[in-house]
Design a protein around this ligand. Structure first.
Ligand code: GLU
Ligand code: ZN
Length: 307
């Protein structure tokens, strides 16, 4: 079975949010924080909150991780609306978006080696732009970028601006191994699910201009964006499976959720730790202000620990 339904369905307003984990590992404290922020922002506006499994890269996804993540969310009382969307079942929609861009001459093949790209640093130098590699070549597909400046107001991090051609360069929308890139898939699905608000981790802030650029090319609406700080370990690294972040322990869910509320600027008093996760979420939904979230890129995990 590729979908699960949750049983809570709030009144609907014009707001639709989502949580979109990649099932490369179970959620850790950092991903829980993003999920809680996105959930509270949606529920405080009587919005819908959808779930999307970003399972585009099977080699990096241990089987069963999707179910594990859904169970973790339920353990924390974070119930979503409707069916879970799996990106692995949406490939024809990505192919269609790609065809649209390609038919307008906006795409080109790039067979630059990994070493060459690495040596360039973060901006691709357009080496393959005018080489006209044939459609069937063993190559990645890049999108041409132009000189326009992408500007948007992040609800937490404030005004943002990126000169996309100079700061990112022509970027990959289909990988050399044939997999569609995150940037294309996320934009197609945010549009298909009518997402109005994207609340997610700060590490994706720099991807946002690319996503807005794609939305404009494909004629999609741009949602409102808010990027919450990411949690770092003692060495200053983002909590992640690669850095051996501890998986969430459901036995300590009340305390872990209280910690999330602290990190998100909600200032829960000591009495809150006696509440269940469902009661804490209700309490927090009534007090949520996205403006209270610290305007920071990262927060060390050791700070702000209650008690
Ligand atoms: N799947 C992405 C991740 O887990 C998040 C995508 C998004 O929220 O836009 O990092
Ligand atoms: Zn190239």
């Amino acid at each position: 079975m590729k979908s699960r339904k949750s049983n809570c369905d709030p009144d609907s307003s014009g707001y639709t949010g989502r949580f979109a984990p990649s099932p490369s590992g179970p959620l850790h404290f950092g991903s829980l924080l993003a999920a809680v922020a996105s959930y509270l922002d949606a529920r405080s506006q009587r919005g819908r909150w959808l779930m999307r499994m970003e399972d585009l890269d099977p080699e990096r996804e241990p089987p069963g991780t999707d179910k594990l993540i859904l169970q973790q969310l339920q353990d924390f009382g974070l119930c979503w609306d409707g069916e879970v969307i799996y990106q692995s079942s949406r490939l024809s929609a990505y192919a269609e978006a790609f065809r649209q861009l390609d038919s307008r001459g906006l795409c080109y093949r790039c067979d630059c080696s990994r070493q060459r790209i690495k040596a360039l640093g973060s901006v691709y130098d357009r080496h393959c732009r005018n080489r006209s590699l044939p459609d069937d070549s063993d190559a990645a597909i890049r999108l041409r970028t132009d000189d326009r400046k992408i500007e948007f107001e992040d609800l937490i991090q404030g005004p943002q601006s990126q000169q996309i051609a100079q700061q990112t360069g022509d970027f990959i929308i289909r990988r050399r191994d044939g997999l569609f890139a995150y940037q294309l898939a996320v934009v197609v699905d945010d549009a298909m699910q009518d997402i109005t608000h994207v609340v997610r981790g700060w590490d994706l802030l720099e991807s946002t201009p690319r996503q807005i650029y794609l939305q404009r090319l494909l004629g999609y609406r741009t949602p409102v964006y808010a990027h919450v700080p990411i949690i770092t370990n003692e060495s200053g690294q983002k909590l992640s499976k690669q850095h051996f972040a501890e998986p969430l322990d459901a036995a300590h869910r009340d305390k872990l959720l209280t910690r999330c509320l602290h990190f998100l600027g909600l200032q829960p008093g000591p009495e809150i730790s006696r509440l269940s996760v469902a009661e804490q979420l209700r309490w927090a939904t009534g007090r949520w202000h996205i403006q209270a979230v610290p305007k920071l890129a990262t927060i060390p995990e050791v700070s702000l620990i209650p008690e």
